[in-house]
Design a protein around this ligand. Structure first.
Ligand code: ADP
Length: 322
């Protein structure tokens, strides 16, 4: 296995088998389908990453989602959907009287805007039971969460999740954090920055987008983003910078630039970062080679943004799956 953070992805196994667990909220998505009709889908950053990881990991790996849904019909359907794309739902709790969150995409010309209905979302309770988190993490090798996962939790639940993630990292699990900074999900910018920094403290790999980091932490350069997250304790930092490429900082202190893949026409950037994360982790688990993983993930993300929607079907990405 090459040096670098690749080896930690398969710490406890031979690299060809394992379990990836992604933690967060998957919502119902309503998008315009013409003539006043809406098409229904399911999406959410942590679920999107799980979807792409599942697509590119070998069969010997399992991919599971950890969340909470209600006991109503739409909650049942969301679980059916997850299973239909190969993502396990054994760690999704059912909560009586709650439901799944929902958002609607509005299109005005080429511009997208969103309306959300997520205040009754069961996923807010995903970290209420520490023993449930502990059991799921103990059964997993790679654990993925994001700044959006943190943003939907109460302060107590946030502390519980971070404490269990810290325990998992100490036990040798690979904990992966995408800060995915969304200020409108937080009541206060300082609390948001504190929580994001605390997320990095329990992470092995941090996968930020430079645009978010420079906007909300004032980083003047990608190197500054890397230094800041390393100072919090991340072993590896993978900074995505849209069409400009990716810089990967490894646990041996080296940094490597990997260019983005060409895109003829950007159709919809939804899930660019999530698909990059899922494809990167899958390829890293298979090969242990972070640079090859970044090049592979850049190819997948480029194809994802050439299509509509967060979850692009495998057939539309096949030429990148060589
Ligand atoms: P996020 O979606 O989290 O904001 P980025 O915008 O940085 O993340 O994009 C994630 C990845 O998607 C990039 O690292 C790159 O591989 C790919 N990507 C995004 N925009 C483009 C683009 N215009 N051309 C080619 N690749 C892109």
């Amino acid at each position: 296995m090459p040096r670098g953070v690749g080896k930690v992805v398969s710490a406890s196994r031979d690299g060809m088998s394992g379990r990836l667990l992604s933690i967060g909220e998957c919502m119902v998505e309503l998008r315009q389908a013409g003539a006043g009709l809406f098409a229904k889908g399911y999406a959410g950053d942590s679920f999107n990453a799980a979807y792409y990881a599942r697509m590119f990991l070998p069969e010997s790996w399992s991919v599971d989602y950890l969340s909470a849904v209600g006991t109503d019909r739409v909650s049942d359907e969301s679980l059916d959907f997850m299973r239909s794309v190969g993502v396990g739902t054994d760690f999704v709790r059912r909560i009586e009287g709650r439901t799944v969150g929902l958002y609607m995409i509005h299109l005005d010309g080429g511009e997208r805007s969103f309306s959300y209905w997520r205040s009754a979302s069961a996923a807010k309770a995903l970290a209420d039971d520490p023993s449930h988190l502990r059991e799921a993490m103990a059964a997993s090798d790679v654990i993925v969460f994001s700044g959006i996962t943190l943003a939907i939790l109460s302060p107590d639940a946030l502390a519980t999740l971070l404490s269990e993630l810290g325990r998992a990292r100490s036990a040798g699990k690979t904990v992966v954090f995408d800060p995915n900074i969304r200020p409108r999900l937080w009541d206060e910018a300082d609390r948001m920055r504190e929580a994001i920094s605390a997320g990095a403290e329990v992470a092995t790999i941090v996968m930020p987008s430079f645009e978010d980091e420079t906007t909300h932490f004032g980083d003047g350069s990608i190197e500054e983003t890397i230094r800041r997250y390393r100072a919090h304790g991340a072993k590896s930092v993978v900074v995505k910078d849209g069409g400009n490429g990716v810089t990967i900082a490894l646990d041996d202190g080296t940094s490597h630039f990997v260019p983005s893949a060409p895109v003829a026409e950007v159709v919809d950037t939804t899930s660019a970062g999530d698909s990059f994360n899922g494809a990167y982790l899958a390829h890293l688990a298979r090969t242990g080679d972070p640079k090859a993983a970044a090049a592979f993930a850049a190819g997948i993300a480029a194809r994802v943004i050439s299509h509509h929607g967060a979850l692009v079907e495998r057939e539309n990405l096949l030429s990148a799956d060589a």
